[in-house]
Write a protein that binds this ligand. Structure first.
Ligand code: FES
Ligand SMILES: [Fe+2]
Length: 359
């Protein structure tokens, strides 16, 4: 099968700008988790391309804006996550849930400010929709009117099921990968590289592929695992997500969710920073588990399972980072188109979705 993306699209600045505008500026993108925005003034920020975006709780309403003060352009929320009113750190302008400046220190010194003046100084809006624990945002001025529900289609059910199963967060691993975001995404969409890139981590446990399906722009795969989990599965008998083996879900363009047996969930966010740089954030969650009902021995087993999942993930992702960076270098040296096998069908599906949204 022929790929539908040229090597040039992995390093061209012009194509990158087009992607930021037509994909990341026009589609629903995964921004973060609802659990981090439970309280008034809780916020998260994310950098996409050259933009910083803030998602914040305003007395229970989750809103999202370009994180740039309209007075003289300071970032408003300067941390990745926190609890702070929407107040610019430079001269103290405060913004309300509509993005309007409502607290302007020494306001009379600006002369008369009409309602229209204030309106023109409001923050650029992003739409917010939430599916379970997953917060998605979309540029409010985009022409795309598809609801998140419609966009997710059948994948919505998996996101809701995963949301109901997420227990405590046991890791957050941020990597900057010197590779285009599409290289990093494509790498997660095929198991063909497992023998070469993950010979001591993934390869020994990765079993037979059971289900592989494309769902519109999104896709998922289910695989058997050979880990000996059956010996300890009774500890996890109350886990809400029934899964025999490994599940990997991709939500176009920047979210992947993997689970082993429904006992743990590994969730990744891909954030394009430039044509050759991607921020990769990987969260690991334990399934919901009432640890107080477990014996001391079982609690120790769960704790050591968690440690080994975190270590496993961190090793696997550092192996992936290395190979993605080699692909990035190579893509800049060739004009040959490459080729895909049936094992790489989800990469082809990704190319189709990418081309659909880009044109
Ligand atoms: S730049 Fe934000 S208040 Fe001045
Ligand atoms: Fe990998």
């Amino acid at each position: 099968m022929n790929p539908l993306i040229t090597p040039q699209s992995y390093f061209s600045e012009d194509i990158f700008k087009k992607e930021i505008s037509q994909i990341f500026g026009n589609q629903w993108i995964f921004a973060g988790f609802l659990r981090n925005l439970k309280n008034d003034n809780d916020f998260i920020t994310l950098e996409v391309g050259t933009q910083s975006i803030v998602v914040q709780n305003f007395k229970g309403k989750i809103k999202s804006f370009l994180n740039v003060c309209t007075h003289r352009f300071s970032k408003i929320q300067c941390e990745k996550q926190g609890n702070r009113s929407m107040t610019c750190p430079y001269h103290g302008w405060s913004y309300n849930a509509e993005g309007l400046p409502f607290g302007i220190p020494k306001k009379p010194n600006f002369g008369e400010m009409t309602k229209e003046d204030l309106q023109s100084l409001s923050l650029k809006k992003f739409d917010v929709e939430i599916c379970g624990e997953f917060i998605f945002i979309k540029n409010a001025s985009s022409e795309n009117t598809v609801s998140l529900n419609e966009y997710l289609g059948d994948t919505k059910d998996i996101l809701l099921k995963v949301s109901d199963s997420l227990g405590k967060e046991i890791d957050c691993n941020e990597l900057e990968i010197d590779a285009n975001w599409k290289i990093a995404v494509e790498n997660t969409l095929e198991a063909y590289h497992i023998s070469s890139v993950h010979p001591t981590t993934f390869k020994p446990i990765f079993g037979e592929q059971k289900v592989i399906a494309s769902k519109g722009d999104h896709s998922y795969i289910e695989v058997d695992l050979e880990t000996g989990f059956d010996k300890i599965q009774n500890i996890y008998s109350s886990k809400p997500f029934a899964l025999n083996g490994y599940l990997h879900v991709f939500v176009f363009p920047n979210l992947t969710i993997a689970s082993s047996y429904g006992a743990s969930f590994s969730i990744q966010q891909f954030i394009p920073l430039s044509q050759g740089k991607t921020k990769f954030v990987s969260y690991v969650f334990q399934t919901i588990l009432d640890e107080n009902l477990l014996s001391k021995r079982d609690q120790i087993i769960v704790s050591s399972m968690n440690d080994s999942i975190v270590e496993f993930n961190r090793t696997v992702f550092s192996e992936d980072k290395y190979i993605c960076e080699q692909v990035q270098k190579g893509a800049q040296m060739t004009s040959q188109a490459g080729i895909l096998s049936v094992d790489e069908i989800r990469v082809l599906d990704f190319h189709k979705a990418y081309n659909k949204h880009l044109s």
